[in-house]
Design a protein. Structure first.
Length: 319
């Protein structure tokens, strides 16, 4: 079975677009489409349906595509472990983090790097998503910890934790804590931020995927850190991950869709060809398996772990 065809199918599944998948892999769209078509012919099933709204898996594709993910993950694990055995890599794990990544996950990352089979230092860089993705592609970062809002299908991905999303609406009476359905929340005017940390992308995708109009406040906040304060002042409504809301906010309500909590997912992204590949898999696995990283806590004024006690003394944090 052609591995290239499997990777192309995985890329289409993640981007929901043949053209976006082709751009990510640096091939023409016809070349990628032909690769997927050959795979479908070999399997004897159609994997994708195309429509004006994009690309969706068929019923058969919904069964097979997760198997393709697992097969490629296993193949990449074999390759990276062999590389570690034959050509051990040195150096720290250079980690890029979105501004939405909280101190709890940073502390967990330091612990993960310290407890690897071959312990390593951790070098952090916090920046906008565009800068982080460019640094990963250029080889200046080894792994990203970012909101799961934009596919990079040529890279390895793993979800590391999720957290509930809440709505702060000044039009709601203080003390109201009942969940609010997404359809009902769509009546508010939401304050947005520049599309740099991932929150605005998440918000717009959420409303678009549910065929809901996104009403927005005509101004714009500089960063997500301002949304809580502005919503408190009555400027407009705000949608935030639960960990980014001050604990005493009186108009904070869980956001649900059909009664189920709306959640924001965060992922690790890294290059499958990175010399530290096996260590990165172990590092990311620790993050995904750690209960502490699944339980984000509300942020206080400090943006760093208390005293940086969680990180090894030789690590460097670059802001």
């Amino acid at each position: 079975m052609n591995i290239e065809g499997l990777r192309y199918a995985q890329a289409v599944s993640r981007t929901k677009s043949f053209s976006a998948a082709a751009r990510d892999y640096g091939v023409t769209q016809p070349a990628l489409s032909n690769g997927v078509a050959r795979l479908e012919e070999e399997l004897g099933v159609k994997l994708f349906d195309r429509s004006p709204r994009g690309v969706k898996p068929t019923a058969h594709g919904a069964r097979i595509l997760p198997m393709i993910d697992r097969a490629l993950d296993a193949l990449d694990s074999v390759t990276t472990e062999a590389r570690r055995l034959t050509s051990p890599a040195e150096g720290a794990i250079r980690t890029g983090v979105s501004p939405l990544i909280g101190a709890d996950l940073v502390a967990c990352a330091f612990s993960a790097a310290r407890t690897l089979t071959h312990p390593r230092d951790l070098v952090l860089r916090e920046a906008d998503l565009g800068l982080l993705r460019t640094a990963l592609k250029d080889g200046r970062l080894d792994v990203l910890l970012v909101p799961e809002v934009e596919a990079m299908p040529a890279y390895r991905h793993r979800t590391i934790f999720t957290e509930p999303v809440v709505v702060i609406d000044p039009a709601v009476a203080p003390g109201t804590e009942d969940p609010v359905e997404l359809n009902d929340a769509a009546g508010a005017d939401f304050i947005l931020v520049p599309d740099t940390c991932g929150l605005t992308t998440f918000t717009t995708q959420l409303f678009r995927d549910n065929d809901l109009p996104l009403r927005t406040y005509p101004g714009e906040a500089a960063s997500y850190r301002v949304l809580d304060e502005w919503a408190r002042l009555g400027v407009g409504a705000a949608l935030l991950p639960q960990s980014k809301v001050t604990p005493d906010h009186a108009s904070c309500r869980p956001l649900v869709r059909g009664g189920a909590p709306v959640e924001m997912s965060y992922e690790a992204v890294w290059d499958r060809a990175n010399p530290l590949g096996a260590d990165l898999e172990e590092f990311v696995g620790f993050l995904a398996d750690s209960a502490g990283c699944r339980l984000p806590v509300p942020q206080q004024d400090s943006e760093e772990p208390d005293g940086q006690a969680a990180g090894p003394s030789s690590a460097v944090a670059l802001q």
